[in-house]
Write a protein that binds this ligand. Structure first.
Ligand code: ATP
Ligand code: MG
Length: 210
């Protein structure tokens, strides 16, 4: 498949998530997607109010945003966006897709949403998912713990219905989730080597997830 559609001058990746907290799984996904698809940059977009998660169980967006900022600090190809944090109500990808398309229209930039295997399997529960799949582009990254067969089958099904709008990228399997990290902090287990030291430090200093 030709990675660079002629109609576009450049491509950028958007990785949305709760980032509660950000970890090496997110950073590897963003980095591999950037290299494989020759993306100019990847923008991390923390959700304000994630539609699929209970509001009270999610950390204040400011802390999640700050942790992303610390994690990407030394990587010139990574940025963070407060677009979803600043928008009222649940953070739907379709709303961000519309806003971002408008923002980058004049620079003829193609926007690709980077999502993990678990999100691909859940896409049909996202708001306006048919519109999302027929108008926008995705990069699906593999994720440890998720059946590869099912993942590829789902991508194939989406291609058959909506055309080839999903690129898949195989990343090194890294069995980390934010849920697991929160549990580890709560039970005083070390989270070292699973996320950037600066983020680990921030969690300690602000007594998060205790
Ligand atoms: P939680 O356990 O709170 O759901 P999470 O680790 O799944 O946290 P999210 O913020 O939900 O992190 O994920 C944002 C995006 O990153 C999703 O598309 C998800 O599939 C992807 N992702 C998260 N962790 C990994 C990983 N270890 N490998 C590949 N993709 C990942
Ligand atoms: Mg998740």
């Amino acid at each position: 498949m030709n990675n660079q559609n002629n109609q576009y001058k450049k491509q950028i990746g958007i990785i949305g998530g709760t980032f509660d907290p950000i970890h090496y799984g997110h950073l590897i996904a963003a980095s591999w997607a950037r290299e494989c698809l020759s993306l100019e940059k990847v923008i991390f977009m923390p959700a304000g109010t994630p539609p699929h998660k209970l509001k009270n169980n999610v950390l204040d967006p400011i802390h999640r945003y700050n942790m992303v900022l610390l994690a990407i600090n030394d990587q010139p190809y990574f940025e963070v966006s407060s677009l979803e944090i600043n928008r009222k109500g649940p953070s739907y990808t379709i709303d961000s897709a519309r806003e971002l398309t408008e923002k980058y229209r004049e620079e003829s930039t193609r926007i690709l949403f980077i999502v993990g295997a678990d999100s691909i399997l859940e896409l049909h529960t996202w708001k306006d998912y048919k519109k999302l799949l027929s108008k926008y582009y995705f990069i699906a990254v593999s994720r440890e713990g998720y059946e590869k067969k099912q993942f590829y089958k789902r991508i194939e099904e989406i291609h058959n219905i909506y055309g080839k709008r999903i690129y898949n990228v195989e990343i090194p399997a890294i069995g980390i989730s934010s849920t697991k990290l929160r549990e580890m902090v709560k039970s005083n287990k070390s989270i070292r080597y699973l996320l950037p030291p600066s983020v680990e430090q921030y969690i300690k200093e602000n007594s998060l997830y205790k």
